[in-house]
Ligand binder design. Structure first.
Ligand code: PNS
Length: 163
């Protein structure tokens, strides 16, 4: 059985992430979407909240699991006996950062391969930061996030505006 980890901040999950999850779930027997800590980011949602949002949007996907972890990605992958890390690549601008992470992870554990899936053309511009920025400035985020979690994200945006 092939297990892949799809790691990220998912703050919050977007339709772009969901597209990668769906496509990865066709390539691997089991996909574990892992909400991890990115020390360079200040998240809006707790790991638990992000995990819940991901569970909602992946309901009905039998080989997809959601987990939160606050340690090293390679340790989590080893714990889950995963052979691959899946990452989405949107544009050349992602490449340097992703390449650095892939090489670091390989140096830490060379039994786990990083596999890059190219973003779908319609999601090339999309990121969690864009969702938050558009929402904060009163724009419509409907096309950017799965419908079933839109209201929860809008609520958090309203809370941030009040701060
Ligand atoms: O969605 P992001 O923020 O680009 O995802 C980055 C993430 C969370 C996958 C990365 O920061 C990560 O792997 N964090 C866990 C800690 C770790 O293993 N760091 C070393 C690898 S660079």
């Amino acid at each position: 059985m092939t297990t892949a980890i799809y790691p990220g901040s998912f703050d919050p999950v977007t339709v772009g992430h969901l597209d990668i999850i769906k496509r990865a779930s066709k390539l691997f027997d089991r996909v574990i979407v892992a909400v991890l800590v990115n020390m360079e980011k200040r998240p809006w949602f707790t790991i638990e909240e992000r995990t819940e949002l991901l569970k909602k949007v992946t309901e009905g996907m039998p080989n997809v699991e959601i987990a939160g972890f606050d340690g090293l990605l390679v340790d989590f992958a080893a714990q889950k006996k995963a052979s691959a890390i899946v990452k989405g690549l949107r544009a050349v601008s992602d490449f340097e950062y992703e390449f650095q992470m892939a090489l670091t992870n390989r140096k830490l554990d060379d039994t786990i391969e990083t596999v890059f899936l190219t973003s779908s053309a319609e999601n090339m511009f999309l990121s969690s930061s864009i969702v938050k920025q558009v929402g904060l400035l009163g724009g419509d985020i409907a096309a950017f996030v799965p419908e079933c979690i839109k209201d929860e994200i809008l609520l958090r945006i309203k809370q941030r505006i009040k701060k």
